[in-house]
Design a protein around this ligand. Structure first.
Ligand code: GDP
Ligand code: IMO
Ligand code: MG
Length: 432
């Protein structure tokens, strides 16, 4: 049984899209377990670029099956638009896309409430993607959400939706003073629902019976460990389970059926939106990394905040997710750095801590304890062979492996599919 979870070890945008695309050729099913179209997973091959938001990256491979799981929140408009974009690029999802009938829906009122809540937070705003993600998960947890299966019964859907819309309109107007009209949302959602009707099914039955038949499954995480609702830098997080465990709750596959956990980290760190970020670089240094790494949000186009690699974060990710293997992406972005800082602990109240503080306020007060490593000042861009890497780059990677006591199974040296190094003899290599 081959079943591997790919999870972001930092604050998202680690390059999960590239990694999942690379691995997808060796798996039968690729399944998304959490988040929504706040995710932006970039895949580049044969000179073509795709940014996938809801549909797992495996759809770009010719024969793979793609599953949108129960833990995902689905905006029907975003899903239909993504299907159409893929069709224009010559990629058909027919017979290969499966949408969980238990997944919750995002409505236009979730987007409006997301924006209104952010405005109300003022300086403390989270910096959400304004896609309605948080309000949709709120409704799910409050047990008043509408789900994909509801689309299959239009009359029942209308009745449920009318009750929710009356409540949402009152909240938007009364609490936030927003002038809103959600009256068109029901019929518009039903119209879009007809377009996705053919893809709706039981995702857990599908995946479990695939595993029973010896098929392989790759679980595509979205966001990252530090954005997880329970274990991230709360409240500056997203509203879903972005950790490896999210694969079991989000897809209804037992923990014992998942045989491997792969974490993805950049050679440095980025974060989009608000919240504490201990290793954030001063703007001048950040600018160089942002320019070289093209660090602008795949979904919102926002400049990403840039910082040094934080081993406190990676140690925490190893504990929370499990880390059978680690991928380091964007090594090439450091090709011009003379020296590289790595944070090995946090200075806090006169001592060094290596555990993640629970509150955003505390995390904002820590100072990184840096170790300085030499840069390599040579090009690694596009490298495909570990032997071609400069000595200092090898030492940087070795430092990460030794600190975490984890193998590095894949090194990414450029955005394209083939700008990839797979060291021999690793557990990761056995998954391909
Ligand atoms: P995801 O959300 O984790 O899938 O990551 P994103 O797609 O949002 O952001 C990663 C960005 O880095 C994308 O623009 C990728 O094309 C790009 N990328 C991925 N790996 C590499 C790499 O090794 N080097 C460089 N220079 N860019 C990379
Ligand atoms: P991928 O899958 C990076 C961030 C937002 C914001 C916070 C909450 O591409 O790695 P939300 O709209 O989810 O309520 O926003 O989470 N965020 C991400 N940052 N990558 C992502 O996804 C993200 N998804 C959400 O910027 O700070
Ligand atoms: Mg992204």
């Amino acid at each position: 049984m081959k079943s591997v979870v790919v999870v972001g070890a930092q604050w998202g945008d680690e390059g999960k899209g590239k990694v999942v695309d690379y691995m997808a050729g060796s798996f039968d099913y690729i399944a998304r377990c959490a988040g929504g179209h706040n995710a932006g997973h970039t895949v580049i091959f044969d000179g073509k670029k795709f940014v996938l938001q809801l549909i797992p990256c495996g759809i770009l491979r010719p024969k793979q099956q793609a599953v949108i799981g129960t833990g995902v929140v689905v905006d029907p408009a975003a899903l239909v638009s993504e299907i159409e974009t893929l069709a224009k690029a010559g990629i058909s999802v027919e017979g290969r896309l499966h949408v969980s009938n238990r997944a919750h829906l995002i409505f236009p009122y979730h987007r409006e409430l997301d924006k209104a809540a952010e405005t109300a937070r003022g300086e403390n705003k989270i910096g959400t993607t304004s896609r309605g993600i948080g309000p949709a998960y709120e409704d799910k947890m409050a047990r008043r959400g509408l789900r994909v299966c509801d689309l299959l019964d239009p009359q029942g859907f209308r009745e449920k939706a009318q009750r929710v819309i009356a409540e949402k309109t009152a909240i938007a107007q009364g609490t936030y003073g927003a002038s809103v009209d959600f009256s068109g949302a029901i019929e518009e959602t039903l119209r879009l629902g007809e377009k996705i009707r053919g893809y709706i099914g039981d995702a857990s039955e599908l995946l479990n019976s695939a595993l029973d038949k010896g098929k392989s499954v790759l679980f595509e995480g979205a966001q990252g460990t530090m954005l997880d609702i329970d274990h991230g830098t709360y409240p500056y997080v997203t509203s879903s389970s972005a950790i490896a465990g999210g694969a079991t709750t989000g897809l209804g596959v037992a923990p014992t059926r998942i045989k491997g956990v792969l974490n993805v980290s950049k050679a440095y760190t980025t974060r989009v939106g608000g919240g504490p970020f201990p290793t954030e670089m001063p703007e001048l240094e950040a600018q160089e990394v942002r320019d070289r790494g093209k660090e602008y949000g795949a979904v919102t186009g926002r400049p990403r905040r840039c910082g040094w690699l934080d081993m406190v974060v990676l140690r925490y990710a190893k504990m929370i997710n499990g880390m059978d293997s680690l991928v380091i992406t964007k090594l090439d972005v450091f090709d011009t750095q003379k020296e590289i800082q790595v944070c090995t602990g946090y200075k806090y109240k006169g001592s060094i801590i290596r555990e993640m503080p629970p509150s955003a306020e505390e995390l904002a007060k820590v100072t990184p304890d840096y170790k300085t490593l030499p840069g390599w000042c040579a090009s690694t861009y596009g490298a495909k062979d570990a032997k071609s890497l400069p000595k200092a780059a090898v030492e940087y990677l070795k430092f990460i492996e030794d600190f975490l006591q984890v193998e590095i199974g894949m090194i990414s040296t450029g955005p394209e599919r083939d700008a990839t190094i797979i060291p021999a003899g690793t557990l990761f290599a056995s998954w391909l």
